[in-house]
Design a protein around this ligand. Structure first.
Ligand code: CA
Length: 228
């Protein structure tokens, strides 16, 4: 079945732009111009994902998300918040309610990658078993990484790191964020440990030419890009 996306955005041109950007994807798109309309649509035809504008007239996107998360029957619908640069400081507040966010202006590629990643993470039955980027295939059940059937030699930490990257593409993570997400919140590891494992991961991927997907973002951290 086609995933159903609900756009909650008051500006018609932005809704049109989003629909145009997603036109070649197999999504059914429904749209609402404000929070009230959004809730009505959710009750009538439960979406698989909500693209939610931060700045809405009347009820803000954050408030919308908060209400949705209190609604037992709909709280598990994932939300990607659409924010503008000026609102960046408030992001932390909004992210507590959303599954991801994307900052305007964004590229079509980034939008699609985020949507796919959130749908994968929140799919019924939990994590998708096979995650693919080009010919690179991560098998989260069998715990192996292959390129065209050839298994790569990869350590357990590098495997977890790659899994995190492949399920969170196109986003820059600091070393601290990677430590929290891959090693766990309460583990004491020095930040430079991340660099060591990034090097090992790149080495493992280099044999198949996929090391270029693991990108260094100067002074910030690392990103996994699906396109190089
Ligand atoms: Ca708006």
């Amino acid at each position: 079945m086609m995933p159903k996306l609900l756009l909650v955005e008051d500006e018609a041109p932005v809704r049109e732009m989003l629909k145009f950007a997603l036109a070649d994807e197999d999504f059914e798109i429904i749209e609402a111009a404000d929070a009230g309309e959004g809730f009505t649509l959710i009750r009538g035809q439960r979406p698989d994902l909500i693209l939610l504008d931060w700045m809405l007239p009347g009820m803000s996107g954050v408030e919308f998300a908060r209400r949705l998360k209190k609604d037992v029957s709909n709280r598990d619908i994932p939300i990607i918040m659409l924010t503008a640069r000026a609102e960046e400081d408030d992001k932390v507040k909004g992210l507590q309610e959303a599954d991801d966010y994307i900052t305007k202006p964004f590229s079509t590629r980034e939008l699609k990658a985020r949507i796919q990643a959130v749908l994968r993470r929140t799919a019924p039955g939990g994590q998708q078993e096979l995650i693919q980027v080009g010919a690179l295939c991560l098998d989260s059940i069998g715990h192996k990484v292959t390129v065209q059937g050839e298994e790569l030699d990869i350590g357990p930490t590098e495997f977890r790191l790659l899994h995190f990257f492949m399920t969170h593409p196109e986003r820059v993570y600091t070393r601290e964020q990677l430590l929290n997400n891959v090693w766990g919140q309460n583990v004491y590891v020095e930040e430079r440990t991340v660099d060591v494992h990034i090097r090992r991961l790149r080495k493992a991927l280099a044999t198949a030419g996929y090391d270029r997907h693991v990108q260094t973002v100067r002074t910030v951290g690392y990103r996994f890009s699906t396109q190089v």
